[in-house]
Design a protein around this ligand. Structure first.
Ligand code: 5AD
Ligand code: SF4
Length: 423
């Protein structure tokens, strides 16, 4: 979502006379858009700030911090780095042009940390430049789930769904910029709800079906979902809506019921597996992905083994796994059953071994088969292009096969842990 937010800030500023540069030394304005989800991500801000301070000492540039670290630690940023010109939370970046105007008039500006998602989306501006074939679209923000390890409900605020018409307008504008694949975004994307043309309350499956009627859109994805919001209509959409890709990212975090309960995930390991079974019955080929946390407070060897058992049972095609990271202000941060760092490290390495081997096994099944690839960009090597299969795998191919934006049938000849190749 930060990637999407950064793009939106860029679109907004482009429409206010700024021009994007990839060269930091050329910039008149540097915005650091931050993530607060784990400690490592937020600590990165202060090392980046130190580096940019040196540049700022030499040249008149404006420096801003936006995103969730700004929201959660605005005051600390101001005291640790007083040379930062302005601080804006994730719900207020539409106010950046106005803030820049005030700064240019020599006014002092306070951190903008209000929660007005409605106002933000009303003030978004569409970009005009070619974007490439694939784009994110935020359809939902915030979270009401309050998992005990997570900062999102505090930094992004309560759940908010954008309207169908607003989302479709943005997608029409993206198709004018070359986009044919959209990934619908939300911290809790499948809690999205909105009114249809008859005024009835509908869920994400209906929105996906509406988007699939946009001719220029060929592929639809969504992320990130919560197991409790995987309703029947959404599960069936993976069979009924051909533009919806056969890939589902459904975080489970742990396979231990004791830990799931302590995390306030509100489902058991068995219930998660039942959802997966239902989805596989509807679409046996679907690629499954998950998020995992090891070393949540109170997690013992047996709990960790339960997570491994769940992974063995489900068989994931992709995954994201993390050591539990204490986040200030969250209920889990004050538990006195914190797991030592060395145990977390050991468990993460064991967990990833299993997950990465499953990913490789999933990819190996494709050797000799054809996959549909949306070509996204040039590859790392000469004469190489890169695209994605319907199952989200990166596929590297020779550049004489097609152009960026094409969807091509490709015969897979090689499969690694992280990508497929056709040579
Ligand atoms: N520590 C480690 N991982 C976390 N995540 C969220 N909060 C934490 C935390 N405090 C992970 C979860 C979530 C993903 C986006 O980040 O797995 O699904
Ligand atoms: Fe955080 Fe996701 Fe839990 Fe919401 S559902 S609190 S975003 S982990």
């Amino acid at each position: 979502m930060n990637f999407y937010d950064s793009e939106k800030m860029s679109d907004l500023l482009t429409n206010h006379g700024y021009e994007r540069t990839e060269v930091q030394d050329d910039a008149d304005l540097i915005i650091i858009n931050t993530c607060h989800i784990r400690e490592k991500a937020s600590e990165k801000l202060f090392s980046d700030l130190g580096r940019i301070k040196k540049l700022k000492d030499k040249k008149d540039i404006k420096l801003a911090v936006t995103g969730c670290v700004a929201q959660a630690e605005g005051d600390q940023i101001k005291s640790r780095a007083p040379y930062v010109d302005f601080i804006t939370g994730p719900q207020s970046y539409h106010r950046i042009p106005e803030t820049l105007r005030e700064l240019s008039l020599g006014k002092k500006v306070s951190p903008i940390l209000e929660f007005h998602p409605n106002e933000k989306f009303d003030n978004l501006e569409y970009g005009k430049e070619y974007k490439g074939p694939t784009s994110f679209v935020t359809i939902q923000e915030g979270c009401d789930k309050f998992c005990t390890f997570c900062v999102v409900p505090y930094t992004r605020g309560a759940e908010f769904s954008r309207s169908i018409s607003e989302i479709k307008d943005e997608i029409y504008s993206l198709t004018d910029q070359g986009v044919c694949e959209v990934t619908l975004l939300g911290q809790n994307v499948n809690s999205w709800h909105g009114l249809d043309t008859l005024g009835n309350e509908r869920g994400l499956a209906h929105l996906i079906s509406e988007i699939s009627s946009i001719e220029k859109i060929k592929r639809i994805r969504y992320t990130t979902s919560h197991p409790l919001d995987m309703d029947e209509e959404l599960i069936h959409a993976h069979k009924n809506i051909s533009k919806l890709m056969p890939y589902l990212h459904l975080p489970v975090q742990s396979g231990s019921d004791k830990i799931l309960n302590a995390m306030n995930r509100r489902h058991t390991a068995k219930e998660y597996i039942q959802i997966i079974d239902k989805i596989r019955k509807i679409n046996p080929n679907i690629a499954l992905s998950g998020d995992f946390i090891v070393g949540f407070p109170g997690e013992n060897d047996k709990d960790f083994e339960d997570t491994i058992d769940l992974i063995e049972n489900v068989q994931f095609a992709q995954s994201y796994s993390f050591k539990y990271s204490i986040r200030p202000g969250t209920p889990a941060s004050i538990l006195d059953t914190q797991v030592p760092e060395s145990t977390k490290k050991e468990r993460l390495s064991k967990l990833q071994k299993v997950l990465f081997s499953q990913q490789h096994k999933f990819n190996l099944k494709f050797i000799g088969n054809e996959v549909n690839v949306l070509i996204e960009k040039t590859g790392g090597r000469e004469n190489q292009i890169m695209g994605r299969s319907e199952y989200m795998q990166s596929v590297y191919i020779n550049d004489n096969v097609g152009s960026i934006g094409d969807i091509k049938k490709i015969k897979v000849t090689h499969a690694g842990q992280n990508s497929l190749k056709s040579l």
